[in-house]
Design a protein around this ligand. Structure first.
Ligand SMILES: Nc1ncnc2c1ncn2[C@@H]1O[C@H](COP(=O)(O)OP(=O)(O)OP(=O)(O)O)[C@@H](O)[C@H]1O
Ligand SMILES: [Mg+2]
Length: 258
């Protein structure tokens, strides 16, 4: 059974069909990309898959569970976590605090415990610290745990965003243009990290990306969107040869560094 099953997902904004009949069956451990020109509807798909926009039509099942009608925090609790196209961090908080705050849904339930600092709470906090540091070291950020987030280099901030999303132990991780604005060395580093996340940790991932040279070598398959519709789907090699894809990119606003 697919871990994420999406059928006929559609949404309109004031008559504009931003996404129309989007279908996806994602297997556990898969790494796929959604690509397409600016305004194609890529981020809108993520917004529907995280409960931010209720779709006007279609269904979303995660591990067989119907998520339609749930609130964004419930999508996160069910196991879909994301990063944003524009970095969203607590810029004046430390790196480690940014990571630990990603997990607030759980600690809120234990508000009284946290005031009283029961032994259970202290142990929980220790485990949270440990898990946060583990994830930070996976992304080469363990030495910067106490650095204020805004003082990190840009590439490191993007990595920190992913660590925050991973704190939710997601079944599916959604990355919206993780290498946008990065320089080549940071880009190669990120490609390696995303690849490892899948290979070593079995993380299921959907990636939105403009950079073909980032996406092509690491993903299993690619879905190409244009004007809200899926125009092609296949392995990177198949996509590259598809005349519809070439036309969409030559005729549309595709650029390599959005
Ligand atoms: N909240 C909204 N209200 C109105 N229109 C919207 C809204 N969100 C997205 N759109 C429109 O939906 C279309 C798809 O936008 P979306 O952000 O999903 O594109 P994208 O593929 O992520 O593009 P980019 O590569 O530029 O990030 C665009 O025409 C956009 O203007
Ligand atoms: Mg977008």
């Amino acid at each position: 059974m697919a871990i994420l099953e999406v059928k006929n997902l559609s949404i309109e904004f004031g008559g504009l069909k931003a996404v129309e009949d989007f279908n996806l069956s994602l297997e556990k451990g898969e790494l796929i990309a959604i690509i397409g020109p600016n305004g194609a509807g890529k981020t809108t798909i993520f917004n529907m898959l995280t409960g931010i926009y209720p779709p006007s039509n279609g269904t979303i099942h995660l591990d067989g569970e119907n998520l339609l009608g749930r609130k964004p925090f419930q999508f996160a609790q069910a196991g879909i976590a994301r990063t944003f196209q524009n970095i969203r961090l607590f810029s004046n908080a430390s790196v480690i605090d940014n990571v630990k705050m990603a997990n607030t849904a759980d600690s809120n339930e234990n508000f009284f415990e946290s005031i009283l600092r029961t032994p259970g709470m202290v142990e929980k906090e220790r485990q949270l610290d440990e898990h946060a540091l583990e994830l930070l070291s996976l992304f080469g950020l363990e030495g910067q745990a106490d650095t204020i987030a805004k003082n990190l280099p840009y590439g490191a901030q993007r990595r920190l965003e992913i660590v925050r999303a991973l704190m939710l132990n997601p079944k599916v991780l959604l990355l919206d243009e993780p290498v946008a604005g990065m320089i080549t060395t940071e880009l190669d580093e990120m490609a390696q990290l995303v690849k490892e996340l899948r290979e070593k940790h079995g993380q299921t991932i959907i990636l939105i990306e403009h950079h073909m040279n980032f996406v092509m070598p690491i993903v299993d398959r690619i879905i190409v969107l244009n004007f809200g519709k899926t125009i092609s789907e296949g392995t990177p090699a198949e996509i590259q040869k598809d005349p519809r894809v070439i036309e969409a990119y030559l005729g549309g606003g595709f650029h390599g560094n959005a």
